[in-house]
Design a protein around this ligand. Sequence first.
Ligand SMILES: [Zn+2]
Length: 357
Amino acid sequence: MVVRSSATARRLFLSALLAPGLGCDDWRDGLDAWYDGENLTYYNSPSLVACGGTRAHVDGFVPFVTGELGLSPPAGIAYVWLDTDDFADSTCDPEIASGCAHGRRAQSTSPTHLHELVHAVTWAHGMNRLPFLTEGIAVAYEGPLGWPPVGEELSDPRPVMTVPGSEVPYGTAGAFVQFLLWRHGPAPLVDWAQQTAAGDDLARIAALFADAYGLDLDDEVEAFRSTWSCGDDPLPVRPYACAAPTIPWTTPETWTHTQSMDCSRDDVVGGFSPLYAWPSASAVTLDVDHPGPYTLVVESDGDFTVRLAPCFGCPWDGQQVVLRERGAESLELAPGRYYLQIQANSDEAPEVTVSLQ
Ligand SMILES: [Zn+2]
């Protein structure tokens, strides 16, 4: 252990107190760039540079995802962004994945790997017992929803509910968990995840499902695979971008937002290393009061991706719009809250103006 300064010495001493037994193998060694957030501590390898909003964005995800699941934000969560060398020395296996969670600690080669942070949060709530549900919940909240096209039959989730973590198909697990969340909300899911365990056979998993939901697992799987119905009044499964600040309408007929994607800004998330720039992102929300046809117009002096999607309803209705070039797109919008996410690259700083009229 090389002690670099009195501040570092104090931190390492406190770390040793907080994590007895780690001693000279403390995983924090060498991670001298760090940030104490309200909900977690963010560490990164010294070679990595986070955009201005990255750490607060990751910090704010903890109360977001716990709020969505009806849980309290746990103490002691850490997010660790590692360069390739440090990642190879971590408890993750670089051969298997670009991130992993170790108890309350999420580790990744990406600056904002929310999937691993979900694992850290649900671990703290005793929910990472059945790998199918552990992965399904992380996929459900890791970002914009990646659904198969409407009408495509989904795989039967039952045979993979008993497989080890390395064999869980993320798409099937994430889709089934989201389906249950839309129809029944988070409380029975949390209960089911806390009661099941690795090694349970399907009969026990189904019995615990019946205890948690008061429903037959086979019936829900049948509805999942055949009807594609979220129900008449689906409960929200919101992407994190839905918690972004709301920008009011400029006039009753026009909504406009201009965003500089300069990585140093505190409303831009992303990061870069000497060798690589990760995607950058910035999000806002807007409220549509009146249903009807709208025109989405995007202007920019650089490369970007703009995504407009609802924070309500059934995502199978396919209301998401993605634009990657300057121009206009006609769309029909239902009333409600939407999120607008602008993506670029962290080593570029295009200015993007989006208007809706
Ligand atoms: Zn995972």
